[in-house]
Design a protein around this ligand. Structure first.
Ligand code: ADP
Length: 197
């Protein structure tokens, strides 16, 4: 079977669900480009660009960066691609972002292929995030400034308010698949692959 030219996967799930790790593996296996908006924004902060200086306090507080900034970033990324073969990790996060992504994809003739939702209970999420911070610190690595319990809880609240409605948005179109995100990385990855067949 020939591969479709375009492949657009949108990873949904709360902060700490493991989207980044799973998206990375899926990207490598399927030859897709992972677009992680959190990584892109943190890179701007690390390099001290104008954008980085603008968004740093927002990231530190666990708030969402304004939609127009994200949409411009994504528009730029996709514009340079001939075939749109991507995994979105952390985007869209609001209804406005989802609608704008639809417009962009329509312009490019690249429909959404799959929307796996990684489901993980709240307390497990907080434990994972706080743990991630501690482990990075123990390895002497930079700790994400938003990986503290207080900010992690705020990110969860914002997820519930702003991002959870996207579950209905994609499920109404029959694109969403629910994946149990509790288990080892391999187990969860196996479930993701299974959900995409
Ligand atoms: P997590 O999913 O663990 O919260 P991310 O790396 O996806 O981590 O995002 C980190 C931060 O980057 C968010 O708390 C937010 O401030 C900002 N951010 C990332 N993606 C978006 C987006 N699509 N819209 C608005 N803000 C975003």
């Amino acid at each position: 079977m020939t591969q479709p030219k375009h492949n657009v996967v949108i990873f949904l799930g709360p902060p700490g669900a493991g989207k980044g790790t799973q998206a990375e593996r899926l990207a490598q296996d399927k030859g897709l480009v992972k677009i992680s908006t959190g990584d892109i924004l943190r890179d701007h902060v690390a390099r001290g660009t104008d954008l980085g200086q603008q968004v740093k306090p927002i990231l530190d507080a666990g708030q969402l960066v304004p939609d127009d900034i994200l949409i411009a970033l994504i528009r730029d990324k996709l514009a340079s691609m001939d075939a749109v073969r991507v995994i979105f990790d952390g985007f869209p996060r609001t209804g406005a972002q989802a609608k704008e992504l639809d417009v962009l994809l329509e312009e490019l003739g690249a429909p959404v292929s799959a929307v796996p939702l990684l489901e993980v209970p709240d307390q497990v999420l907080i434990d994972r995030i706080v743990d991630r911070g501690r482990q990075a610190a123990a390895r002497g690595e930079a700790v994400r400034s938003d990986d503290t319990e207080e900010v992690a809880r705020r990110r969860q609240e914002i997820y519930r308010e702003q991002t959870q409605p996207l579950i209905d948005y994609y499920s109404a179109r029959g694109q969403l698949t629910r994946v149990d995100g509790v288990g080892s990385m391999d187990e969860v990855y196996g479930r993701i692959l299974g959900s995409m067949k």
